[in-house]
Design a protein around this ligand. Structure first.
Ligand SMILES: Cc1cc2nc3c(=O)[nH]c(=O)nc-3n(C[C@H](O)[C@H](O)[C@H](O)COP(=O)(O)OP(=O)(O)OC[C@H]3O[C@@H](n4cnc5c(N)ncnc54)[C@H](O)[C@@H]3O)c2cc1C
Length: 474
């Protein structure tokens, strides 16, 4: 029974825009990891900015919480409503127009519900590059990637989502629309309000559209898959690559032997292209030049890898000789989340430390986790070039999933103790969501959390947007 609020929303937006039947709303009520199951009062799917604003106005008038939702790929339960049947899920999935692509300013203006992949494809069709790339890009939406300040494989070269935002359009807590869709590359007129909404995880307003900064198009890419003798060797290799061609280096991704083994075991068709090792990296280089430029990149990389191998910094390496091979290498990196899901229960830690501390992070965290749970499969992988590792823990082969998951907080604490000692962060790119609110007081307490609460109170005084996310209770 959705009641009078759903009826009011239907009257304003039309029947098709408001779902309340349990079978229709099930997919919006749960996160993809099945960690959280909520109970929305209704799911509203506006198809215009005006309808989005009307939804917020009506919900605010009724005192109903609003949970903005994009592709629902959050790793931290950020888009799942509470279980008490009071919240309205506001899905942006029908707001997905490409409003403009400006070839001179190199920008695109897109609506929040467009998937990241659709936006990438539109940029590519215009001869430009939207350089944000994450494993969930086929489902994650522009509003979601901005609200979480997503990172991904190309952060090393182009920065996080934040760096790509020139302008935003946002529905505010009283239902007014802030049109901040400026295309300006420079605009120092007071506080940068758009950056407040980027990374705010749906707690300050509903992003309905954005102006994104694009890059010159890429005409060719090559990849190398390398087996390394140690993680320290990965840092040496990274520095060599940067010194040689920092502009062409788009990704430098780490995979532990344990994590790649899970991919080889659980993902159909996955094959290791190099000799077995405890450490691997995937290198991706790109050029916007002609065939000769690509050939130059390839021979340069080949020479660099051969020299590194002679010095013992690389144990084995394979260079992609075709686009199909490059995609096969990339797949070996992208399937880690799926492989770990199939391998049993897993506990995810998306942590960052200063890059030089990565070897110590991996050594100390692995030792501490094995001491806590003998047989645990410590399966780290991730964006080594950004100091960001997904330090995931997979249950021991013979263990019982529920018993392992019951120790989540304890094991996260084991990892986070190491991260903290190394000056790192407990969430590098996935955000806080519902999953990690309990850590905010300890890690961000004092002036930081006080300022965050003051900003929340100023922008969303009644607290209607995504309660239970980011802030610890109280
Ligand atoms: C296989 C896989 C790989 C991933 N790889 C990466 C990765 O490499 N890097 C990375 O950073 N993340 C990664 N993620 C996490 C996730 O995909 C990102 O957090 C993504 O940015 C979320 O987008 P979404 O549209 O699915 O947002 P949702 O999950 O729907 O929402 C995420 C948060 O944003 C808020 N939100 C959504 N839309 C809006 C809006 N229009 N206005 C205001 N708030 C909104 C929600 O309330 C919620 O708090 C991965 C996830 C998966 C499943």
């Amino acid at each position: 029974m959705a009641g009078p609020l759903a009826a009011r929303l239907r009257a304003a937006l039309g029947d098709g825009a408001v779902l309340s039947d349990p079978s229709d709303i099930a997919g919006y009520a749960e996160d993809w990891r099945h960690l959280y199951r909520g109970q929305p009062l209704a799911v509203v799917r506006p198809s215009t900015v005006e309808q989005t604003a009307a939804t917020v106005r009506i919900c605010a008038g009724a005192g109903a919480p609003v949970v903005p939702q994009g592709g629902n790929t959050s790793m931290v339960g950020g888009a799942t409503p509470s279980g008490d049947g009071t919240a309205v899920v506001l899905s942006l999935e029908r707001l997905r127009a490409i409003r403009a692509i400006d070839l001179v300013a190199m920008t695109m203006t897109v609506e929040a519900g467009l998937t990241l992949r659709q936006a990438q494809e539109a940029a590519e069709a215009a001869g430009l590059l939207l350089p944000l790339s994450i494993g969930s890009e086929g489902s994650a939406q522009i509003g979601g990637v901005l609200a979480t300040n997503a990172g991904g494989n190309n952060t090393l070269r182009f920065g996080n989502a934040r760096e790509m935002v020139l302008g935003l359009e946002v529905v505010l807590a009283d239902g007014t629309v802030w049109d901040g869709l400026r295309q300006l590359h420079k605009d120092n007129t007071g506080y940068s309000l758009r950056q407040l909404f980027v990374g705010s995880e749906g707690t300050l307003g509903v992003i309905t559209a954005a102006v994104l900064r694009l890059q010159p198009g890429v005409t060719g890419r090559i990849a190398a898959f390398c087996a390394l003798p140690s993680v320290d060797a990965a840092l040496v290799l990274l520095n060599r690559l940067r010194a040689w061609d920092a502009a062409g280096l788009h990704a430098f991704e780490y995979m532990s032997g344990q994590s790649l083994d899970l991919v080889l075991r659980h993902i159909e068709g996955a094959q290791r292209p190099v000799a077995g090792s405890d450490h691997y990296v995937l290198i991706e280089l790109a050029t916007g030049g002609d065939a000769a430029a690509l050939a130059g990149l390839e021979s340069g990389l080949e020479g660099l890898l051969a020299a590194a191998m002679e010095e013992g910094a690389i144990a084995d390496a394979a260079l992609s000789r075709s686009e199909a091979q490059r995609l096969a290498f990339r797949r070996l990196r992208e399937e880690h989340s799926e492989a770990q899901k199939r391998a049993g229960a897993s506990i995810k830690n998306d942590v960052s430390v200063p890059i030089a501390a990565i070897p110590e992070l991996l050594r100390a965290a692995e030792a501490a986790c094995i001491a806590a749970v003998p047989g645990i499969r410590v399966a780290p992988f991730g964006h080594l070039g950004d100091g960001n590792i997904h330090l995931n823990l997979v249950q021991p082969e013979a263990a019982e999933a529920a018993g392992f998951l019951a120790r989540s907080d304890e094991l996260m604490h084991v990892v986070n103790t190491v991260v903290r000692d190394l000056g790192g962060s407990f969430s590098a790119e996935h955000g806080v969501g519902r999953l990690k609110t309990g850590l905010m007081e300890e890690w961000r307490g004092g002036p930081e959390l006080r300022l965050m609460r003051a900003i929340k109170a100023a922008i969303d005084p009644a607290g209607i947007f995504n309660p239970g996310v980011i802030f610890p209770p109280g």
